[in-house]
Design a protein around this ligand. Structure first.
Ligand code: ADE
Length: 420
């Protein structure tokens, strides 16, 4: 009998298993942690509920936690990001309960979160804070068993910090996103590459020569801008933060308000974490054929309801993940229903970068279990020593060697007398 689950079909398991093993080859840091976990069993008997994108990389994280002795359960962190073959393989080949089906409705999405919470976690592992949010809103009886949580993404960390500021957060959470080995690589290179991958897989268009408008200039959006530029696009950045706008300007991009970019852009990508960044009045001035996609965590950055009302009709699906809206004869193409395009139309970040993000997750779970009694009910970052150890292991796996300070240099850096 398979473990408890709600997945599309267990028949997909063999293909999922092959892809999970393929990703594993690109995750040497996580593999080293798994090998240690197998010996030391630091998570022995700990119930962990994870609400993450169900991908080959997440499967390797689940396998690592399981190797450490944890009793894990997984549900999706987005209705459109699940890889159904991976979900099936986790159930069949790894005996991990999974609740996730690609394309599930919002109601089923929350049913799946509740099913994962029924396993009464002691540690929560979130990507977007939906587990923690649901526990605090409607499953408060679970709080007494929970030692702490971990959070993967910028949007989730923002939500959790808001809860902590309101005095509402009932247990400590480690913001994995705050680790340098997470946001400097996953957010920048992972989102940059996988977002362009999602847009290209969905549309099969040439990027060279197009005007790509990137909303935001945080780590994710600067990755997207850089990769779009690398593919030959003319990149425009829109921002609300003067410092980031200045950086984008000096990085060589044109910076302007979205209202000025709207009539110029061929492709629009949002990654700001905020609502209605592309709004009805922007659609009114866009060129026919404009393509609009989102790479932020929630599907709120594009005002889709506004677009539907403006067009006066339901969209026509012209290719998988490409919906056509007509406004006065002009076609606007919305990709992936405004959900994370890199996970909806492609496979998310490549394994090599998730290696570091999920090494952080595995170490954060171990750290939380050992240290939760010393952590207040706030959002914490993983100790810098662990972050640096992940960087060291990644460099080693990549065959990159670096210098070490000589004793003379160490002494020099610790004194203040010597000057010009
Ligand atoms: N977030 C972005 N890419 C991802 C991936 N490949 N797996 C899990 N979470 C992700």
């Amino acid at each position: 009998m398979p473990v408890e689950h709600d997945v599309k079909s267990l028949d997909f398991s063999p293909g999922g298993r092959l892809r999970i093993e393929w990703a594993e080859q690109e995750m040497p840091v996580l593999r080293a942690i798994r090998e240690r976990f197998e010996q030391e069993k630091p998570l022995q008997g700990t119930r962990i509920a994870a609400c993450l994108h169900v991908t080959t990389e997440t499967a390797n994280l689940m396998h690592t936690l399981q190797a450490g002795g944890a009793d894990v359960v997984l549900c999706a962190s987005n209705p459109l990001s699940t890889q159904d073959d991976v979900a099936a393989s986790l159930v069949t080949n790894y005996e991990i309960p999974v609740y996730a089906i690609k394309g599930e409705s919002n109601d089923v999405y929350y049913d799946h979160i509740r099913a994962a919470l029924d396993h009464k976690p002691q540690i929560t592992m979130d990507d977007g804070a939906d587990l923690v949010g649901t526990i605090h809103k409607s499953r408060r009886e679970l709080i007494e068993d929970i030692v702490g949580g971990t959070e993967e993404t910028t949007t989730g960390v923002i939500r959790l910090r808001a809860m902590a500021a309101d005095g509402q957060l009932a247990f400590p959470v480690i913001a994995v996103n705050d680790s340098d080995t997470k946001h400097l690589f996953d957010n920048r290179y992972g989102t940059g590459q996988s977002t362009m991958d999602g847009i290209i897989r969905a549309t099969n268009i040439l990027i060279a020569g197009r005007t790509v408008v990137v909303a935001g200039y945080g780590w994710c959006s600067r990755g997207i801008a850089s990769r779009a530029h690398g593919l030959g696009a003319n990149v425009i950045v829109t921002e609300v933060d003067p410092m980031r706008a200045l950086e984008a300007t000096m990085d060589g991009y044109r910076v302007m308000p979205m209202s000025e970019a709207a009539p110029i852009g061929d492709i629009f990508v949002t990654a700001t974490g905020d609502i209605n960044v592309i709004d009805t009045h922007h659609f009114e001035t866009m060129k026919g054929g404009a393509i609009v996609a989102n790479s932020g965590h929630f599907n709120v950055e594009i005002n889709i309801e506004g677009l539907r009302k403006l067009s006066g009709h339901d969209p026509r699906l012209v290719r998988p993940f490409v919906e056509e809206y007509k406004i006065d004869g002009r076609a606007i193409y919305l990709l992936g229903e405004g959900r994370l395009i890199n996970l909806a139309a492609a496979e998310g970040h490549p394994a090599s970068v998730m290696d570091m993000s999920f090494a952080n997750q595995a170490l954060a779970a171990e750290y939380m279990l050992k240290n939760s009694q010393d952590l207040d009910k706030q959002v914490h970052r993983l100790p810098i020593a662990l972050d640096q150890e992940i960087a060291r292991l990644k460099l080693e796996a990549m065959g990159v060697k670096i210098d070490t300070l000589t004793p003379e240099q160490v002494t020099y850096l610790s004194q203040w007398e010597e000057g010009t």
